[in-house]
Design a protein around this ligand. Structure first.
Ligand code: CLR
Length: 378
């Protein structure tokens, strides 16, 4: 019998869901799961996790040297992981299945300006593919000259009772320097393992290695380990920042748990600390949002899920899906295709190829969604 976190009435449908995962590869988001595991939030909202500590994002621009900026990028990156991978457990008791965005779905928001972080930081997200699901995003603090552009997709499989999520896509962070030059950072993403499925209380553990390669040559290699590996603690990481070949200093080594704190190994100094509260994004009230904006689009479904009225959630969801199917039929009948609003898709990303070569990125090339610069005025 399936685990204790599963409501009695949903035990058999949870077992059926788990069985259907075995031997499964592909698009998890499209699978039907029992109501208790559904989240009222769409995946288009997830890119906001990149900036819930906007002062760390802004601080990248304040680094006086290549090395200082590379460390600031690493610190910001590590500090996003708690929000990205543990926040649903904190807010909803476990990892949940997010709403599967429709093609063209949008999510806009910002973090207000203040003295510490400088200018306003803005977020533009667009669902650029439905099948497979791909989400493109752009985060800008123009006053500081720090910009993040990326896209996110997932390839999932099932192994040893866990869901393995291979993240497809990458992000590029750029910093405009006072000299007029632009520094680039290629960011790759860790592999996820979703454990605790049998008990009905899924949670994420990060695995293997991700990289942050700077155009200045500095490279962060971040290794992730969970419970039962070297320290025995969950959410453990070790990051090594190595200098470019022409600089002869020893690498920085940082160790700790990404959901709490970490230390610089040599000095013992605290490197990152995410025990203080983060800052959620500011979003327009639903009644002021456009039809394609996530919270407006999913309003009825999300309300049903929140209030435990799953019949009404299913009715609203059915409406959205039918409307989407009709749109696709109309397009193929009229010989047209859906046009992206904020991004342009290119098969190859020259930044990924150039910087990826430096650490032998696998795959050697990836596609890219180029931002068109036409986000809303906040
Ligand atoms: C999306 C990109 C973000 C980081 C992130 C965090 C959680 C991931 C999510 C990504 C993709 C979708 C995901 C989710 C956790 C669970 C969910 C893998 C990578 C899947 C589709 C749902 C699994 C269903 C069980 C929980 C029952 O930056």
């Amino acid at each position: 019998q399936a685990g204790e976190a599963v409501p009695a009435a949903q035990k058999s449908s949870w077992t059926t869901f788990l069985k259907s995962l075995a031997g499964f590869t592909g698009d998890l988001s499209a699978m039907t799961a029992p109501p208790f595991i559904l989240s009222p939030t769409s995946l288009t909202e997830f890119p906001a996790y990149w900036c819930e500590r906007p002062e760390l994002f802004a601080a990248i621009a304040d680094g006086k040297t290549d090395q200082a900026r590379a460390l600031a990028v690493l610190k910001w990156f590590i500090s996003t992981l708690k929000g990205q991978y543990t926040s649903r457990n904190e807010s909803m008791g476990s990892e949940k299945k997010p709403l599967n965005p429709v093609l063209g779905e949008l999510f806009y928001g910002y973090w207000p300006a203040n003295a510490v972080r400088g200018g306003k930081t803005t977020l533009v997200v667009e669902q650029v593919s439905h099948h497979p699901p791909i989400t493109a995003y752009r985060i800008e603090n123009l006053e500081k000259g720090v910009i993040l552009t990326g896209h996110s997709a997932q390839k999932t499989s099932f192994s040893g009772g866990s869901i393995i999520v291979n993240q497809v896509g990458h992000a590029v962070l750029t910093v405009s320097l006072p000299s007029g030059e632009t520094e680039e950072y290629l960011i790759t993403l860790p592999r996820l393992r979703i454990d605790g499925l049998w008990y009905g209380s899924p949670y994420i553990e990060l695995a293997e290695t991700s990289y942050i390669q700077s155009s200045t040559g500095w490279l962060s290699t971040i290794e992730y380990k969970g419970k039962g590996y070297f320290s025995g603690k969950s959410h453990t990481f070790k990051a090594t920042l190595t200098p470019p070949s022409h600089i002869h200093t020893s690498p920085h080594v940082i160790e700790g748990t990404w959901n709490t704190t970490s230390k610089e190994s040599h000095s013992g100094a605290i490197f990152h600390d995410v025990t203080s509260p983060k800052e959620e994004i500011t979003v327009a009230p639903v009644e002021h949002q456009g039809e394609w904006e996530s919270r407006k689009l999913w309003y009825g479904v999300a309300k049903g899920i929140r209030e435990g009225d799953f019949e009404s959630a299913a009715t609203f969801k059915g409406k959205i899906e039918n409307e989407q199917r009709q749109r696709r039929r109309d397009e193929s009948a009229g010989g047209t295709t859906w046009e992206l609003k904020h991004f342009k898709h290119l098969e190859h990303d020259p930044v990924y190829e150039r910087l990826g070569k430096l650490f032998k990125a696998n795959p050697p090339t990836e596609d890219v969604y180029v931002y068109l610069g036409n986000g809303p005025q906040f």
